[in-house]
Design a protein around this ligand. Structure first.
Ligand SMILES: *[C@@H]1O[C@H](CO)[C@@H](O)[C@H](O)[C@H]1NC(C)=O
Ligand SMILES: *[C@@H]1O[C@H](CO)[C@@H](O)[C@H](O)[C@H]1NC(C)=O
Ligand SMILES: *[C@@H]1O[C@H](CO)[C@@H](O)[C@H](O)[C@H]1NC(C)=O
Ligand SMILES: *[C@@H]1O[C@H](CO)[C@@H](O)[C@H](O)[C@H]1NC(C)=O
Ligand SMILES: *[C@@H]1O[C@H](CO)[C@@H](O)[C@H](O)[C@H]1NC(C)=O
Length: 603
């Protein structure tokens, strides 16, 4: 652990009051102070393609991936399904991936390249994306595009609805999904395996897919598993009603207590989830929170499910250390039930719960009484903000937060922006572009928390890369009323289907000079606390007002390790399904899933 780790823990003694109450059970996060006032909501700009998948890629740009559908925006003479959004001008630039990114996942590598992987067979135009790897390296000059080289770079096997996570060596794990589409996973389409990108030779699997018992145990409702990288280098994984600790170095799974009260939490019963802030005050003890979902059965025909069946209002927190696991999930309730909510970490340490529906399930075209094609109804129009550091009973608030009138149901997204607003995009519970209720949604919205209207701190001097334990100094300009500042280092992640891959807030150790103009900050102590890769650094005043989050890369910015032999073996074991027609089923490792029959797309 880095020097000065406990510096910020002085905070504990400033607020002893809050450690006597029930909050203590949930871990000592340190009661925080927030800027108060009303929130504002602005509808501004359109995305041109629907916002199914969203990631901030630079201080001024975001990328959106959609499915191939009849979007108004075109590129190279065909419909577009990906754009770069300029967050200052709110204009979009069409990108030109080769393959269909329908229900893909995304994670940044340690060198800052965003890897979008998995997807769907050909629709309208474009290549089959089931085994695709799409790479996007952000640029300042608006010339960069999505790069695909399907002959040399592809997944081991078909993956529709997988999740992904960046790990401590800057590579990523792509986990689960189905070999073909459908409302829900099942034995016949399950892909109960995971893989690394770049491919690794590990545990006897030389670049090929590695089996996961958990992905068998959690059928049927286990699309887009929830994955969170933990400070000990293991991964928290939750799907359906189960949770476990996954050790990727040994390929072992250790069961955790299941989700309480029969609530299912992954697609099509999508809950939102996040790691709560890792702080010096809580000794970087990881605590996860999962909100919403549904208690609907995962083994009935969706035609017996109603779009009016209430979603779950349950939020469950689990502290991931010995005593926390022994104490089990701590349950509380959101003011509104939600399926498909997004949990967005704010730089002030709170969580904004936004988007989703109060009834029904994810997907479209399945339930009997669908609304248009939507399996869900009763959009949750009012976000609620959650303060994990407040005593139980006083954590949720929607006071001063205006409701939207734009439904953000299936295939909607949300992300914090570098400036501190929360961007909402998408919703398209439809097979193709539709204008009837609930329509294909292109309008962007931006929520501004009260801190956006306050005098903001500013800073300069952030290095382009910050290595582990590196001490650096920022020149800061705090508003006159502020007397101190802290540092929130944030991974803004990749949002899709209510799952927010890699989202993270790590509070860094720092100290402010007596004259209040220099902040000395220590980078994350280990790659397990913050896996190498892009980060946005917000300084937050003691009044709860964050600066603009400037971008840096944690680590060296170097590329993840490449094992040429593992990559070659992967290519030998698995012919990309979009390169040539899949070969007939062959004996041997890794071939069964890659060549499985692809059912017709249904959601
Ligand atoms: C100022 O904030 C830092 C970071 O949170 C903390 O370590 C330090 O104790 C604070 N100083 C005072 C005087 O409160
Ligand atoms: C687990 O974490 C909680 C919250 O940070 C802390 O209060 C508790 O002492 C920790 N327990 C163990 C066994 O480390
Ligand atoms: C916040 O909004 C409420 C309701 O619209 C209004 O009554 C109140 O004056 C507003 N407060 C501020 C500080 O603007
Ligand atoms: C950030 O937000 C503030 C407050 O809304 C605004 O004045 C400023 O122009 C924004 N900055 C950027 C770079 O978008
Ligand atoms: C990052 O690493 C990947 C995998 O090796 C590579 O394909 C990509 O080009 C690298 N990106 C940069 C910006 O170097």
């Amino acid at each position: 652990m880095a020097r000065g780790l406990y510096l910020c823990s002085i905070l504990l003694s400033v607020f002893p009051l809050f450690f006597a109450g029930p909050a203590h059970r949930h871990g000592s996060l340190g009661r925080r102070v927030f800027a108060n006032g009303n929130w504002t909501l602005l509808q501004q700009g359109t995305t041109g393609v629907s916002g199914m998948q969203l990631a901030i890629v630079s201080e001024t740009t975001a990328i959106i991936y959609d499915k191939v559908e009849h979007n108004p925006l075109t590129v190279n003479g065909h419909v577009a399904w990906s754009v770069e959004v300029d967050l200052s001008t709110l204009t979009v630039r069409a990108l030109n991936p080769l393959s269909n990114s329908w229900c893909a996942t995304g994670s940044f590598l340690g060198n800052g390249t965003l890897v979008n992987s998995g997807g769907n067979p050909v629709v309208i135009t474009g290549a089959n994306g089931l085994q695709a790897i799409r790479m996007f390296t952000p640029c300042d000059d608006k010339t960069c595009d999505v790069f695909e080289d399907p002959n040399h770079i592809h997944l081991t096997s078909n993956r529709w609805y997988p999740s992904s996570i960046r790990i401590e060596d800057g590579s990523i794990i792509i986990y689960g999904g189905s070999v073909g589409g459908g409302y829900i996973n099942s034995n016949s389409i399950n892909n109960p395996t995971y893989e690394f990108f770049p491919p690794k030779n590990i545990n006897g699997y030389n670049g090929v897919q590695i089996p996961s018992q958990f992905l068998l145990n959690t059928l049927n409702g286990n699309h887009f598993p929830i994955m969170i990288y933990l400070p000990d280098g293991t991964i928290f994984v939750a799907a359906n009603q189960d949770a476990m600790i996954f050790n990727w170095q040994t390929n072992t799974e250790t069961a955790l207590p299941g989700i309480p009260n029969g609530v299912r939490i992954t697609s099509p019963f999508s809950a939102g989830a996040t790691l709560l802030p890792l702080t010096p005050e809580n000794n970087y003890t990881p605590e996860v929170m999962i909100c919403g979902g549904s208690t609907v059965s995962d083994s009935v025909s969706p035609s017996t499910i109603s779009s009016q069946v209430p979603a779950s209002a349950q939020c469950s927190r689990l502290v991931l250390n010995e005593s926390g696991i022994a104490a089990g999930w701590q349950v509380e309730h959101m003011p509104q039930a939600r399926v498909m909510p997004e949990l967005v970490l704010l730089p002030d340490g709170r969580v904004l719960i936004v988007n989703g529906a109060q009834t029904g399930v994810a997907g479209y075209g399945n339930v009997a009484n669908r609304v248009g094609q939507s399996n869900a109804d009763n959009p949750a129009f009012t976000p609620v903000v959650y303060d994990p550091s407040a005593p139980a009973g006083g954590r949720f608030s929607d006071v001063g937060i205006p409701a939207t009138n734009i439904a953000r149901l299936y295939h909607s997204t949300a992300s914090l922006t570098p400036n501190g607003t929360i961007m909402l995009a998408g919703s398209n519970p439809n097979d193709d572009v539709t204008t009837t209720k609930y329509p294909t949604e292109y309008r962007m919205e931006f929520y501004s928390p009260p801190y956006m209207a306050k005098p903001r701190p500013t800073y300069t001097g952030l290095p382009a890369t910050v290595n582990y334990g590196e001490v650096f100094t920022l020149t800061v300009d705090l508003p006159p009323t502020a007397t101190n500042a802290s540092v929130s280092l944030m991974d803004l992640g990749f949002a899709t289907h209510a799952v927010h891959m890699d989202q993270r807030l790590l509070k860094l150790v720092c100290s402010l000079s007596d004259d209040g103009t220099t902040l000395t900050v220590t980078g994350p102590s280990t790659a397990r606390l913050y896996p190498p890769g892009p980060a946005y650094l917000y300084i937050v005043t003691d009044e709860g007002v964050p600066s603009f989050g400037h971008k840096t890369i944690i680590g060296t910015g170097g590329s993840p390790p490449v094992d040429g032999d593992a990559a070659a073996n992967m290519l030998k074991a698995s012919v990309g399904s979009f390169v040539t027609p899949p070969p007939p089923p062959a004996e041997g490792e890794g071939s069964n899933v890659a060549t499985a029959v692809i059912p017709a797309p249904s959601s």
